[in-house]
Design a protein around this ligand. Structure first.
Ligand code: B16
Ligand code: MG
Length: 226
């Protein structure tokens, strides 16, 4: 029944899994600062207050929901069409910033964990809210590397809804209870739990006590065969 995994920080906990579903932004690659810059530019142009604390609330949340959070700081009423233009404008700024992305931006410990999973025949997938997932995977040289990709283009309901992770599991043909999610966002932790999956909180979400495992980054992963 898959491999047993012992995670370094909590060696007493052992579990069987057949697949690991990775969030993208903040887990595989650090695009946070690009999202921040692009939203900050938009907020500046629209004369809406925006800071790093507000930005934290956008982590793992879809583009349209992120825009709603930012617009809640404005007195102006925007029409649906105007909101679409704002979201598209932010994405244009973001895509320009993504141009500089390269394999060097893959976060510490990621490649080692991915390779160790592959060598143990544990399936790997991406479960991301981002509609730019394919562009990002391409830029960091991981296009075609995952057994399945489910992203913001495939789903109707963004995290904390479990849809993206359930879709990734379905594409892998593995039952949710055998899947483990790696997430950096509180919304993603909620989504993984709602999907009935195990979840590792990394980075920002390493403070989230609802996660089954928590670690600063993926360099803390340790594996042990069953
Ligand atoms: P896009 P993840 C999420 O990606 C980001 O964390 C979040 O900040 C962003 O708003 C969302 O993707 C949508 O991104 O504008 O590229 O469609 O963390 O779920 O991989
Ligand atoms: Mg994320």
């Amino acid at each position: 029944v898959g491999y047993k995994i012992i995670i370094y920080q909590e060696c007493r906990k052992i579990m069987s899994i057949k697949a690991v579903i990775f969030d993208l932004d903040g887990v595989i690659v650090s695009t946070d600062q690009y999202h921040y810059k692009a939203w900050a530019q938009l907020a500046y142009e629209e004369e809406i207050y925006f800071d790093k604390e507000i930005n934290e609330r956008l982590r793992g949340v879809s583009r349209t929901e992120s825009l709603e959070i930012i617009l809640s700081g404005s007195d102006k009423q925007y029409t649906t069409k105007e909101k679409e233009e704002l979201a598209a404008r932010k994405n244009r700024y973001y895509r320009v910033l993504l141009e500089s992305l390269s394999p060097a931006d893959i976060l510490p410990g990621v490649m080692k964990v991915l390779d160790s999973l592959k060598s143990r025949n544990i399936k790997i997938a991406i479960g991301s809210s981002s509609k730019n997932t394919r562009v990002i995977l391409n830029k960091i040289g991981l296009k075609g590397y995952f057994d399945a990709v489910a992203d913001g283009c495939d789903i109707c309901k963004s995290k904390p809804d479990p849809e993206v992770f359930l879709l990734a599991a379905e594409r892998l043909n593995i039952a949710p209870k055998y899947c483990m999610v790696v997430e950096d966002a509180d919304a993603g932790i909620e989504a993984a739990l709602a999907a009935g999956m195990k979840v590792v909180g990394v980075g920002f979400a390493s403070a989230n006590k609802k996660a089954h495992y928590r670690m600063k980054d993926l360099t803390f992963f340790r594996w042990k065969n069953a």
